[in-house]
Design a protein around this ligand. Structure first.
Ligand SMILES: N[C@@H](CCC[C@H](N)C(=O)O)C(=O)O
Length: 328
């Protein structure tokens, strides 16, 4: 069969969008998983951190399903939701949208550019859950805010939360980011282990200045990515919980692929949502021929590169300058 894909990224976290609204592909669940593993493989001519399936929704403007590069399905993806918001915005002409995700219907909006004229979208990250059993995380505590997990590290303090995909966040020094601690911990919690049976996204966060942080994330089902939208949102919230930043005030979040802006809202005690604001950049459109029983043998029939990455590179360079200063 022929499948059309659009390659896009949010802060260099890249995805293949497959539009199931305009095309009737009718994939089975096994096929979705196999497609994710085959098309996201970086040794092929495509390669990505995940696939975003854009589907019709009974009650929202569209539905997003996210598959990681290893074929696992995630309940949410922040950078991916911005890419889907752009796709749905251009498909329907609506600037304000509701996108159905696995666990919530989320607000998304086309918004003013975060840098130059880069296409920018604001998406809601919600619900935020602190109950350990919901991640799931089994460490003998109901919640974990800035505390040690001795099995992982005798030095670092962690906060665990789901937004609603699971995150483990720790505030660190530049030296700790440059060490191999993040990789060691991430590989442990994302392998066979008794603490996080479903794995967890692990972020190392460094405070740059007032309302500016740097976040690096090892993503469950992928590995290190340039950026993870839900992780940057969860990290911004953690800095507010720890009185480093304030709710309702924009926080610039630098990452290895660029920069986003997060605004944390508090609606009641323990009830938070986060706005994630950042680019949604298209790289190319391609048409591929795939036998869904052997998707790894896919052939690219046509590929049309788009120009907009040139503009995005300015934001990438600006972010690199800031990050290099801190880590050199
Ligand atoms: N890159 C995403 C998160 C994708 C899912 C994650 N790897 C998981 O399994 O929870 C983002 O931008 O949030």
């Amino acid at each position: 069969m022929n499948i059309d894909v659009t390659k896009c990224h949010g802060s260099g976290n890249d995805f293949l969008i497959i539009d199931e609204i305009s095309n009737s592909y009718n994939f089975s669940e096994t096929e979705r998983k196999a497609l994710a593993i085959a098309l996201c493989d970086r040794s092929t001519q495509l390669g990505a951190d995940g696939i975003l399936f854009v589907m019709s929704s009974e009650h929202s403007d569209a539905k997003m399903r996210v598959f990681n590069a290893d074929g696992s399905e995630a309940s949410m993806c922040g950078n991916g939701l911005r890419c889907v918001a752009r796709y749905v915005n251009e498909l329907t002409g609506k600037d304000n949208m509701i996108i159905e995700t696995m666990k919530a219907n989320l607000y998304a909006k086309k918004t003013e550019s975060i840098y130059d004229n880069i296409p920018t979208y604001r998406v809601e990250i919600s619900p935020v859950i602190f109950m350990a059993d919901k991640l799931p995380m089994y460490i003998g505590k109901e919640t974990l805010v800035n505390e040690k997990i001795e099995e992982l590290s005798s030095e670092l303090n962690f906060t665990a939360l789901a937004v609603p995909n699971p995150h483990l966040i720790t505030l660190v020094s530049p030296e700790q980011i440059q060490s191999n601690e993040q990789e060691r911990i991430s590989e442990y919690v994302n392998g066979e282990n008794p603490l996080f049976p479903d794995g967890v996204n692990v972020s190392f966060v460094h405070i740059l200045e007032d309302r500016a942080i740097y976040v690096r994330t090892y993503e469950r089902g992928v590995g290190f990515t340039n950026a993870c939208g839900t992780a940057m949102s969860a990290s911004s919230l953690v800095t507010c919980l720890l009185d480093i930043n304030e709710i309702e005030k924009p926080i610039d979040v630098f990452n290895n692929g660029g920069k986003v802006r997060c605004i944390v809202h508090q609606h009641a005690e323990q009830h938070y949502t986060i706005d994630l604001i950042g680019n949604a950049t298209y790289l190319y459109n391609a048409s591929i021929n795939v036998n869904v029983d052997r998707p790894q043998e896919f052939i690219i029939k046509s590929k049309h590169d788009l120009e907009e990455q040139e503009l995005y590179k300015k934001l990438e360079e600006h972010s690199k300058e800031v990050v290099t200063k801190v880590f050199s």
